[in-house]
Design a protein around this ligand. Structure first.
Ligand code: GTP
Ligand code: MG
Ligand code: NA
Length: 447
């Protein structure tokens, strides 16, 4: 590395799109893994991430002869579920990434969760590239395994090329209807205003070279400042998971800085890192590390991780730091969410699994024409004490003696308690279902 030249960290790339468009398969194809085949019902139900080293990307893109232009150490990819129930995970993934791949099935075009993904990316002003996947399903497609799509297209018959052109034109129109300009990557002269489409097959690998190269080149060209490595630790909890033999563990995205074994960490939790394991290309291989440098996705084991909250920041305590001050910082994140709560003291209770999903829920409840005031919030399962708090509303406004439980469990004794006290608990795994449920309930009370 040259003197004065800035070191770039790996860009973080989120893969989004409608259910079964081929997000996981595409990742499998890039990593040479078989994760998708092992998924229950072939459906992704969690958020996961892995690191692809630049050597691997260089190998996959060598036919494009772009060797010298790759300056990042690798690419961190976050896979998200496409099923509608997992809006919160898509939201979390899109909130963490620098850049995204939006996967669209060439046979089906834009679908509800494609549009939801577009809106999430737009809201956060995240750049993305469209992978127009499953080109091998065009009738008569001639397989050109792992070839650049430019080369593969030339091998196809006139009929295949016609069908391809026809479908691409239709899909570009569908994007237009969403207010987005898109164009095939090799015809796109206005990158930035017009999003590029790269045709791919996750089964036979055509188009993967262009997809990877475009992604890296775009990130390197437009995000130098954002991608310049910074030694100040910047770390977010991706997921909290119970693993047999390890207890509760957390997966974190380390965006900047270095984490060490033995580091004292503060989030809503306060503990010391027992072990650090990076999520590498081939599952969790290689065991624990003494220290890991950003950008990486890391599994952390430690005590007291039960109260970690996905979507929140983790801070590392340095020798001169005041732990109480750091705890205040953590509370600031929480307060941002709290500020959405109604000061009138009248409203429903909103419960969600993560800070991010709670935010999404609170936002939706305030988006016209909906206007449901919220007077209290909770993260994690609904317990008796939560029911107790919600029951206070009974005397003021009966319809607000309600808990909206989004993607969280309700303890059986809490449900029983609620039934006895006349508190209504709505359980939904997609945010939108609450609105219908709540409206029907209020209408019913008025009659
Ligand atoms: P969710 O995570 O559940 O939203 O789905 P996904 O977008 O990750 O799709 P997944 O990788 O599970 O693929 C869905 C199905 O499409 C599987 O049966 C894949 O084998 C198939 N598939 C994915 N990509 C391709 C492709 O490029 N060509 C063909 N022919 N099939 C594909
Ligand atoms: Mg998947
Ligand atoms: Na699937």
């Amino acid at each position: 590395e040259k003197e004065g030249e800035k070191t770039l960290r790996s860009p973080i790339c989120c893969i989004m799109g409608h259910v079964d468009s081929g997000k996981t398969k595409l990742l499998d194809c890039i990593r040479s893994t078989t994760v998708q085949e092992g998924e229950a019902g072939g459906i992704t139900q969690q958020i996961s991430a892995s690191y692809i080293p630049v050597e691997h990307i260089r190998e996959r893109t060598k036919e494009l002869k772009a060797d010298a232009k790759l300056n990042v150490p690798g690419l961190l990819v976050i896979d998200t579920p496409g099923h509608e129930a997992f809006n919160n995970l898509r939201s979390r993934g899109s909130g963490l990434c620098d850049i995204a791949i939006l996967v669209v099935d060439i046979m089906h075009g834009l679908k509800p969760q494609t549009i939801e993904s577009i809106n999430l990316l737009r809201m956060r002003k995240t750049e993305f590239i469209v992978a127009l996947n499953k080109v091998d399903r065009l009738y008569g497609w001639k397989t050109c395994r792992n070839a650049p799509i430019g080369k593969a297209m030339k091998q196809q018959s006139k009929d295949v090329q016609h069908e391809f052109d026809h479908r691409v034109t239709q899909i570009i129109t569908q994007f237009k209807e969403q207010g987005l300009n898109t164009e095939l990557y090799n015809k796109n002269k206005e990158r930035g205003e017009t999003y590029s489409i790269v045709p791919t097959s996750a089964i036979s690998g055509e188009g993967i070279p262009e997809l990877l190269l475009l992604l890296i080149q775009w990130a390197q060209k437009t995000m130098v400042k954002k991608l310049t490595y910074n030694s100040e630790v910047q770390c977010t909890v991706l997921e909290v998971k119970v693993i047999q033999g390890c207890g509760t563990t957390i997966d974190v995205v380390l965006v900047n800085g270095v984490l060490h074994e033995g580091d004292e960490i503060v989030g809503p939790i306060h503990t010391t890192i027992r072990s650090l394991t990076p999520h590498l290309m081939k599952e969790l291989g290689g065991g624990a590390y003494k220290e890991i440098k950003a950008a990486q996705v890391i599994k952390i084991t430690a005590q007291n991780l039960e109260h970690a909250v996905a979507g929140t920041a983790l801070y590392v305590v340095k020798p001169d730091d005041d732990v109480e001050e750091i705890k205040e910082l953590v509370m600031d994140d929480m307060r941002n969410v709290m500020s959405r709560i109604d000061k009138s003291g009248e409203g429903v209770y909103a419960h969600a699994s993560t800070l991010g999903s709670l935010e999404a829920l609170l936002k939706l409840l305030k988006t016209p024409p909906v206007s449901i005031p919220v007077c209290g919030i909770g993260i994690g399962p609904v317990h008796k004490k939560d029911v107790m708090k919600a029951s206070v509303m009974r005397e003021k406004k009966k319809e607000f003696a309600t808990i909206l439980a989004f993607d969280v469990k309700v303890a059986p004794e809490a449900q029983e308690f609620a039934d006895n006290l006349g508190v209504k608990i709505f359980i939904a795994d997609t945010i939108y279902h609450f609105l219908d449920q709540f409206k029907a309930y209020v209408d019913n009370l008025k009659e």
